[in-house]
Ligand binder design. Structure first.
Ligand code: C5P
Length: 300
């Protein structure tokens, strides 16, 4: 038996830091959406003891020595312990998303492991409990478990309904330099900012971009200070014809551009290819994934 699960890239369309907890974690207000770009996790029931192998263009960046410590393995062990199940089978992670790049790759992989192994092992863990396990694995794992657009609150674990999203295109560009999330949070200066109320729906990409332009990513300046190439990436995206908005996602370094349609985003990516090949930047273009027509929130 082979089962497959996709782990889509999580993009923060805006990210406001609204406060700081005593334990140092930051309180956020962020609109997370999912792009078509994804890692893929495969499960095969052929092995008696659980193992993980990592393949794909970014597989080498996840040391195989450390696979035991990989978020996917931690998710697997957590689920097995919760369900009183012996962890079996072999997992293969096809890593096509850049590592440590602000698009939730590791979190999405861990969330995919929870979804996949719950099914593969046929263990009964309630949806509410699965979200609690996700939260233990990292602040971004709950939204990746839901894998649908949501307004994130708390340190990321509180998921509220997102505006219904329009058809739109997205380009993602990563300059290949990893930035450390804790370092970016530490380097951030500036106060706290609340985001305003959002509409129930955006009718068009242009309308969404206009509203988003009034918001920002509070981590962008700090990430650019640590990794100035991010500014080059933002300028390159911003200069593309049809680009409605450019911004950094999460704690960086991946930046995104919003376009009217997936085709417009792909045409723009083609225009960028000489530059991105010369600088070995990773580029993806397409549409959003798991875009809800009507928003839902996670179970209370
Ligand atoms: O939860 P996760 O492991 O993804 O977070 C990595 C680091 O990012 C944390 O150790 C913390 O330094 C920082 N962080 C934060 N506030 C958040 C999320 C992450 O300060 N809401």
């Amino acid at each position: 038996m082979i089962l497959t699960e996709t782990a889509h890239a999580k993009i923060n369309l805006y990210l406001h830091v609204t406060g700081r907890r005593d334990d140092g974690y930051h309180l956020l207000d962020s609109l997370a959406v999912f792009a078509g770009a994804a890692d893929t996790l495969f499960f095969s029931s052929d092995a008696a003891a659980l193992s993980l192998s990592v393949e794909g263009p970014f597989g080498a960046e996840l040391s195989t020595d450390a696979t035991d410590d990989n978020l996917v393995m931690r998710a697997a062990r957590l689920l097995a312990a919760e369900a009183g199940h012996t962890p079996t089978g072999s997992l293969t992670l096809e890593k096509t998303l850049p590592v440590a790049s602000g698009i939730g790759g590791g979190s999405a992989d861990a969330a995919a492991a929870l979804r996949l192994l719950q099914q593969a092992w046929d263990v009964a863990v309630s949806e509410e409990r699965l979200f609690e396990l996700a939260e233990k694995l990292g602040a971004d794992v709950p939204v990746c478990l839901a894998q649908r657009s949501a307004r994130m609150g708390g340190v990321g674990e509180r998921l509220d309904p997102a505006p219904a999203l329009p058809d739109c295109g997205m380009i993602l560009v990563n300059c290949g330099l990893g930035v450390s999330t804790p370092a970016v949070f530490r380097a951030r200066d500036g106060g706290f900012s609340e985001a305003p109320a959002l509409p129930a729906a955006w009718a068009s990409a242009a309308e969404m971009a206009t509203d988003l332009a009034r918001l920002h990513n509070d981590l962008e300046a700090a990430a650019c200070a640590l990794c100035p190439t991010i500014r080059d990436v933002l300028s390159a995206i911003n200069a593309l014809p049809g680009c409605l908005l450019s911004r950094m996602s999460g704690s960086g370094a991946t930046c995104f551009g919003i376009f009217d349609t997936p085709e417009a985003a792909r045409r723009a990516a083609a225009q960028l290819s000489a530059l991105t090949q010369a600088r070995s930047w990773w580029v993806w273009a397409g549409g959003l994934a798991g875009r809800p027509k009507t928003s839902e929130s996670r179970p209370a």
